[in-house]
Structure formats: structure tokens, C-alpha cells
Design a protein around this ligand. Structure first.
Ligand code: EPU
Length: 337
């Protein structure tokens, strides 16, 4: 196990922000993870995975553990379904491609989401009508304090919209080491009801889509709206879509009849934060080396050498403006460090 002092974290966060780790350890085995936690669990620790959902606003005065555990295997299968175990450090999209190559279905709508397997359960990643919880069976996580491995069932994880127990009650207590997902081998349940997916399939002349067709459509849609972190630093959606009450929605719609919305229940409505931010005039706005993406206002971007504080201040300005104009609070989806 090698520990590097004063390491740059720029290569390890998709925003491409320069920040230093007091010390850094690349963790490639459970054995290393256990031994490093045994030595350091009472000292400040910071767990880093794909670095795709965080904004670094300062140096990290802690030992940064980069979870780089690799491996994908089939753990059991029936005639119709398969359970696949993937280690936390596997890249999410590479895993999706691995499944598509074997014609394992259920995960195709989640193509091209940045990040690693290990962080997928933490915020219950989702896109185009599918969330991780729909295919999730269980995960294994190591208890930081006593280094024991513990299985978590789906109900243990308490999944919600971009939420789980790992962001709530158990925050900072466990490190996810692997995830088990159940996928279909035949009779795939396709999710094509999202308008943009329907349109993309139609324009490709696809009538009876395969899971590969859906993945291709999702990839095309994401590439057309979301910046590639390898080219422009970003963390995907910076904010969550706010959920407001039916009464609040009535008032909002009265003032802004064109507001898009998704009904969640009789009492609650979800509003696309991207629309609120665009309406507030921020879409495509650039300040120095950072700004709001011109094709999706929910995404904040680093054009090169922005620092995390500048982006955080922009996020606060957006939140305050949206609050003033619409009386709606938008929460960050990205973890602010
Ligand atoms: N919209 C605008 N202007 C914008 C962006 C969006 O008016 O600049 C409005 C449009 O009316 C559009 C609606 O918002 O129809 C929804 O936009 P989109 O389909 O792009 O989805 P979203 O709600 O903005 C969510 C997820 C994305 C996910 C997409 C597709 C959250 C916080 N974000 O975005 O997830 O890819 O749906 O399912 O729930 C991520 O979490 O990093 C992420 C990219």
C-alpha cells in the first residue's frame, strides 16, 4: 500500500478542479482497504470513487482513499435472468457495455452516466424512466470503524429520488465495495415511454427496438445535451429537480402557464430545475472560465481553470435567483466539498 503526500486531485474529479489531498492511497483490493482502514479509521478520511458527483471547493486535509476495486462476474442465473456482481471501482458505462455485449437487459436506459459502480447506489442514479433501484439486488459495504463487510438488501438501502441510506443515516460510515444487479436474458422490459427516446428511435427508423437500440438512443440524446467531462469539466445535473405541493404548483402555473411538470402524486409535482434556471436567464451564461451549459441549464461547467469556489458561488446565485423569481428552493445534487 503506497500513500502519496500532497497529491493533485485534478485527474480524479470530472469537474477538472485543481485541489490537493493531504495524502492519497489507490485502493485496489479489499485486503488493502481493510488494512488502511485499520490504521487510519480514527483519522480524517475521504472516500473518492469516480469523482463524478462532487465539487471540490478546497484542498482535502485527509487521507483520500481512491476506491479502485475491479471485477465483474455472474454470480447466479436462471433461464430468464442473471445476477451480476460488479466491484465498486468499475466504470459505470463500461459495465453497461459489458451487459449489452451479453444481451443482459434492464440497464440500457442508464447508458453513459458518468461515475463508478460503487457510487451508483449512494444517489440511486437514474435517467430516462429507470433508476438503479429497479435492477438492484444488494450491495456489500465495509464498515469504516471495524472493517467488517456487511451485505445491504434493497430495502436496507432505503432508495429515493437521488437518495439512499448512504447519504442519510449511514453517511460516512460505510464504503461500498460491490453491487449485485439482476438483469434479464430474455423478454427484456423496455422503457421507451420517455418522449425523447421515442423520438430518437423514430428518427432512426427503429420500430421494434432492442436493448442495444435503446442504449444507442440514450447515448445520442445524452451526447446532444450533456457535455463530455473529458472535454468540458462538469458533474452532470448540478441540482435536483424540486418537488412542490399541488397548491404551490397551481400558483406557479398561474404565473407561468408554460411550466413543464411531472405529477408525482395527488399532492406533489416535480418541476424540471433546468427550466427554472433557463427561465431565470442563466442558460449558456459564461463567467470567466465557468458557467451554465448552453444545452442543459441543469449542468454547471468548468471551461478549463475555474476553481470550485467560483462554481459554488454561481450555484448559490442561481439558487437565490430561482427562489426570488419562483419561490422554489433548488437543492444541489452534487456534493459540495
Ligand atoms: N428544461 C429546460 N431547459 C433546460 C433543461 C431542461 O426548459 O435547459 C426542461 C424541458 O422542459 C425538458 C425538461 O426540463 O423537457 C426535462 O429535461 P431533461 O429531459 O433534460 O431532464 P432533467 O429533468 O433536466 C433529469 C436527470 C438527468 C437525466 C434526465 C433524463 C435529475 C436531477 N436529472 O434531468 O440526470 O439524465 O432527467 O432522465 O433528475 C444527472 O443526474 O446527472 C443527470 C444528468
Amino acid at each position: 500500500m503506497s500513500i502519496i503526500k500532497n497529491a493533485s486531485l485534478k485527474p480524479y474529479n470530472t469537474f477538472g478542479i485543481e485541489a490537493k489531498a493531504q495524502s492519497y492511497c489507490d485502493v485496489t483490493s479489499i485486503k488493502t482497504l481493510k488494512s488502511v482502514l485499520k490504521d487510519y479509521h480514527q483519522k480524517p478520511l475521504f472516500v473518492l470513487s469516480g469523482g463524478s458527483n462532487m465539487l471540490l471547493t478546497k484542498d482535502i486535509e485527509a487521507l483520500v482513499l481512491h476506491i479502485n476495486l475491479k471485477g465483474i462476474e455472474v454470480v447466479s442465473e436462471t433461464e430468464n435472468t442473471v445476477i451480476v456482481k460488479a466491484m465498486a471501482g468499475e466504470n459505470w458505462h463500461n459495465f453497461v457495455l459489458w451487459c449489452l455485449e451479453r444481451n443482459y437487459g434492464g440497464i440500457e436506459n442508464l447508458s453513459l452516466i458518468p461515475g463508478n459502480i460503487g457510487t451508483a447506489p449512494i444517489q440511486n442514479i437514474g435517467a430516462y424512466g429507470v433508476e438503479l433501484k429497479d435492477i438492484f439486488v444488494s450491495c456489500e459495504a465495509i464498515n469504516i470503524a471495524n472493517q467488517s463487510l456487511k451485505p445491504f438488501s434493497k430495502s436496507d438501502c432505503n432508495f429515493g429520488y437521488r437518495e439512499s441510506v448512504f447519504k442519510q443515516n449511514l453517511k460516512g460510515q460505510y464504503i461500498i465495495t460491490s453491487v449485485n444487479l439482476e438483469l434479464t436474458k430474455v423478454n427484456h422490459q423496455l422503457h421507451t415511454d420517455y418522449g425523447v427516446i421515442k423520438n430518437e428511435l423514430e428518427s432512426n427508423g427503429v420500430e421494434n427496438p432492442t436493448i442495444q437500440d435503446i442504449s444507442n438512443a440514450v447515448i445520442a440524446i445524452r451526447q446532444s445535451k450533456l457535455p463530455d467531462p473529458k472535454e468540458i469539466g462538469n458533474s452532470g445535473s448540478f441540482f435536483k429537480n424540486p418537488i412542490i405541493s399541488a397548491e404551490e404548483f397551481q400558483e406557479l402555473e398561474g404565473n407561468f402557464p408554460d411550466v413543464p411538470s411531472y405529477k408525482i402524486s395527488e399532492a406533489a409535482v416535480k418541476i424540471p430545475a433546468g427550466w427554472l434556471i433557463e427561465k431565470a436567464g442563466f442558460k449558456g451564461k459564461r463567467f470567466k472560465d465557468y458557467g451554465v451549459h448552453n444545452k442543459q441549464a441543469l449542468v454547471l461547467v468548468n471551461y478549463g481553470n475555474a476553481n470550485g469556489k467560483e462554481i459554488f458561488e454561481l450555484a448559490q446565485l442561481i439558487q437565490n435567483t430561482v427562489k426570488r423569481l419562483f419561490n422554489i428552493n433548488i437543492e444541489t445534487e452534487v456534493n459540495i466539498i
